[in-house]
Design a protein around this ligand. Structure first.
Ligand code: UDP
Length: 324
């Protein structure tokens, strides 16, 4: 059992990971500035409202709470917004991370799991994508994550500081029993938008149906947030046991098109999804699917909820229970 600081623990993936840590018998401590997260996603008593750029406060917290390791989620995550306000993304995501790493060095905490992204690969040459694929982000969000990964490589080399970077594919689904799921404002992600369309009757737009894919719509690797959370637990436990720094893709290895996701929502909800066909969204590669072999082999990870209907069903249960 370890005491683990979860930054961004009031956000979507952070809150589900906090919950998974508790289920595993660890003791999470949460930091969130609540700029995008939700207070009610964290049990009272665990939440420390502060910004990762406040290095002094972090050092104090790490020492007072006798933290063994950190899982770092706190970041802005909207690709579209990052193209409109790049400097804000670098300031928040890169400066916030460096401040955290400085605090960890000062407090003597040397294990970190970092929330990275498949956006680090940009438009990949080879799909399924292995970790060896060149890093070539095509938006400031992806670049901000690559920059932090590079800082971590140097810390591994010149400090007593081990880290694992997890490059997420499309996180989705929910932990409905724990009341935790996806709630972004504004929402830009496909599954919550389709569910909203079912509820409101306002059509969701399919961004392009002229891609070189079997049904013409984009293919993504949709990974259940609880399987994603589990990869963080395996990663932090591996570091705490003396394992090496590494980088892993976290995806199921299977792709689904936008139209397949719509069909899954229709099966699960028993309702028709109203949709319209729109133009392609800028910067959307046709196919992004992980090769998760390294994660399976090195950390023994296996997705337990990879079935698309299961993912949609959990997201639907969460959305149906949510007040909004
Ligand atoms: N998408 C769509 N309509 C929407 C939102 C998303 O057709 O309103 C498509 C998008 O083009 C992509 C997939 O759904 O192919 C997943 O998009 P999302 O924004 O959820 O995640 P991303 O792949 O950008 O990380």
């Amino acid at each position: 059992m370890a005491r683990i600081l979860v930054t961004g623990g009031a956000g979507y993936i952070g809150s589900v990971t906090r919950y998974a840590l508790e289920m595993r018998g660890h003791e999470p401590v949460v930091v969130d500035n609540l700029s995008r997260g939700y207070r009610e996603s964290v049990p009272s008593g665990l939440l420390h409202v502060l910004d990762t750029r406040d290095k002094g406060a972090l050092v104090k917290l790490l020492k007072e709470q006798r933290v063994d390791a950190v899982i770092h989620f706190a970041a802005y995550i909207a690709v579209g917004e990052s193209t409109k306000r790049p400097e804000v993304y670098f300031e928040n995501n890169v400066s916030g991370s460096i401040s955290l790493f400085e605090a960890m060095v000062e407090a003597g905490v040397k294990y970190l799991v970092f929330s990275s992204t498949a956006a680090a690969y940009g438009t990949p040459q080879r799909v399924p994508i292995a970790e060896t694929e060149p890093l070539a982000p095509i938006n400031p969000y992806g670049e901000s994550k690559v920059m932090v990964e590079k800082v971590l490589q140097w810390l591994d080399r010149y400090r007593d500081f081990r880290s694992i970077c997890l490059r997420y594919f499309n996180a989705c689904g929910a932990e409905p029993e724990a009341g935790l799921g996806e709630r972004h404002d504004p929402e830009t992600h496909l599954i919550p938008l389709i569910l909203q369309a079912v509820v409101t009757g306002k059509p969701v737009t399919i961004f392009g149906d002229d891609y070189d894919t079997p049904d013409g719509t984009c293919i993504r690797d949709y990974i259940h947030v609880s399987d994603l959370a589990h990869s963080h637990i395996l990663a932090i436990e591996s570091l705490l046991a003396g394992g090496e720094s590494n980088v892993f893709n976290v995806g199921t290895g299977e792709g689904h098109s936008v139209k397949e996701v719509i069909a899954a929502v229709e099966r699960v909800t028993g309702k028709k999804v109203p949709f319209t066909l729109g133009p392609r969204r800028e910067g959307d590669p046709p196919r992004l699917v992980a090769d998760p072999t390294r994660l399976k082999e090195k950390l023994g990870w296996k997705p337990e909820r990879a079935d698309l209907d299961r993912i949609v069903s959990d997201a639907w249960k969460f959305a149906s229970a949510a007040p909004s």
